[in-house]
Write a protein that binds this ligand. Structure first.
Ligand SMILES: [Zn+2]
Length: 508
């Protein structure tokens, strides 16, 4: 009797799962592959494979999160640039392929001016320029340059265009040679022929002045090119004191030593004290004996709800008060009419050379004594009246006004509301506009007269920066903001800022 298996073995290791009765299948009849052929597929019919799904990237799953390591990091760029330049330390300004200047944050680099200005003085916002105008229009990339003519760094030679040929009668009165078409100054990239030079900007040819002529070598280079700073340096100072009216600018007046007015708001005692200390250290802090001031002078004004002028010239006017009873001490002159400010003394009497024999002692003594003269807080700040006074002191020669402001201007000209207006959200932008045309108008007048206004703010309460800030913005001054002024924290910072703003030196 043959052996019979009790049960047939299950040869399918993957049995089909039973259909889930909860899933409704698509019961629509599928089209038959041979539907187009009434006789069905021919004898050579084979299954047509689907095209491979290999075009493009396959599905990688859901989009991953942003990888922080892939985001450009300014900190890494700054640190990387420092490391890159740390070992070399010298940047020359002749162009080379692939050469990039160090970032502005990398200070441990020595710059060598080879006929192009160093990045301290001029720095472009990009390293790459479109090569054609079409490309420039299509990419729409804004291009800019940061120009810092008073930056520290390389020593800038001063060039006086004097006639070295004693037999020539017309010498330096015409100033440096300039392109006859675009008025560009002579520079290392101008090319010379026998009697002319070609402008590197517009390629116009201009006659070389007789007093500036020089023989050329076989390469067309002037024999004196190495001795003339303007022909081998990218940054020079043009000394134009003898050059004439052409260089006087829009004000059409001869250059004079600068006058600077320091105005202190005495209504905030702590800020006032810090400002006096900052100015003493700025003027006489270190190496004060050799600053080459060439007759520059300063005036000191204090103000709260009135304006106080300090008169330096000796005068026996009974309406003025001597601060110390000695001859060098200035006398206080209070100007009570803040709506129509005027100066009752000659303007020259308000200015003094802080480095003259008598001026050094007098200015220092006044600044040291001022905080004791105004020890308690005052209400009311007549900023507009003060600025109008300062403007009238400088209107005929220009100058610099450094204002220390400790509270919102509340009285006199240009008085502002003590509180911000609660604007609705759609009018929020109004909070960034000046609330009175007084300050923009005054700033425009100052700019025309060559007066720059710098502003130090040390306020404890709200102050309308949008209004008073137009003064430095429109006059080329600086704005320094120290909200809730703290003597220990902000005093040294303000002193450093004052030194940089007034002396134009980096004293950090
Ligand atoms: Zn030109």
């Amino acid at each position: 009797m043959p052996y019979k298996y009790p049960h047939p073995p299950n040869l399918n290791p993957h049995p089909e799962p039973r259909p889930d009765p909860n899933i409704r299948l698509n019961t629509r009849p599928r089209p038959r592959l041979n539907a187009l052929s009434p006789t069905g597929p021919g004898p050579g019919f084979t299954h047509i494979p689907q095209p491979p799904h290999s075009a493009g990237l396959g599905l990688q799953g859901l989009r991953p999160r942003i990888d922080p390591s892939q985001v450009p990091s300014a900190v890494e760029s700054v640190e990387g640039d420092r490391e890159h330049w740390g070992g070399r330390g010298v940047y020359t300004t002749l162009p080379e392929v692939g050469k990039k200047p160090p970032l502005a944050s990398t200070s441990e680099v020595e710059f060598v001016d080879q006929g192009n200005s160093t990045p301290n003085y001029i720095r472009l916002t990009t390293w790459s320029f479109p090569s054609t105008s079409k490309l420039a229009n299509e990419c729409g990339m804004p291009l800019g340059a940061i120009v810092q003519p008073f930056s520290d760094g390389v020593d800038v030679p001063g060039v006086r265009f004097e006639d070295s040929n004693s037999y020539s009668s017309h010498a330096s009165s015409s100033g440096p040679p300039r392109c006859s078409r675009c008025r560009a100054y002579i520079n290392p990239w101008c090319t010379f022929t026998h009697l002319k030079f070609k402008c590197n900007l517009c390629e116009a040819e201009t006659d070389v002045p007789e007093w500036y002529a020089s023989p050329l070598d076989g390469q067309g280079v002037r024999l004196d090119a190495g001795r003339r700073e303007e022909l081998c340096r990218g940054t020079i100072d043009l000394i134009l004191d003898q050059a004439g009216e052409e260089y006087w600018g829009a004000t059409s007046r001869p250059p004079k030593p600068q006058r600077c007015i320091f105005a202190f708001d005495v209504s905030a005692p702590t800020f006032f004290y810090a400002a006096c200390v900052a100015l003493i250290n700025t003027l006489y802090g270190d190496g004060d004996g050799d600053r080459g001031w060439n007759g520059s002078e300063l005036a000191i004004i204090t103000y709260d709800s009135t304006v106080h002028l300090w008169v330096w010239a000796p005068d026996q006017d009974t309406y003025t008060t001597n601060a110390h009873g000695n001859a060098n001490a200035p006398r206080l002159l209070v100007m009570p009419d803040i709506d129509e400010p005027f100066i009752p003394v000659p303007t020259d009497a308000l200015f003094i050379d802080p480095y003259s024999t008598s001026g050094r002692e007098a200015v220092r003594a006044l600044l040291e004594s001022l905080p004791q003269r105004f020890p308690s807080p005052h209400t009311g700040t007549a900023l507009g009246s003060l600025l109008t006074t300062a403007q009238s002191m400088l209107h005929d020669r220009g100058g610099h006004v450094v204002v220390f402001l400790g509270a919102i201007p509340s009285v006199g000209l240009g008085a502002l509301p003590a509180r911000p207006v609660n604007e609705s959200e759609d009018k929020e932008k109004l909070a960034y506009r000046p609330r009175t045309p007084f300050y923009p108008n005054l700033a425009s007048e100052c700019a025309e007269q060559g007066i720059g206004v710098s502003l130090f703010l040390g306020n404890d309460e709200w102050i309308d920066v949008a209004s008073v800030g137009t003064l430095p913005t429109l006059t080329g001054g600086s704005l320094f903001f120290h909200p809730r002024f703290n003597l220990a924290r902000d005093g040294p910072v303000m002193e450093s800022q004052l030194k940089e703003d007034y002396l134009r030196r980096d004293h950090v």
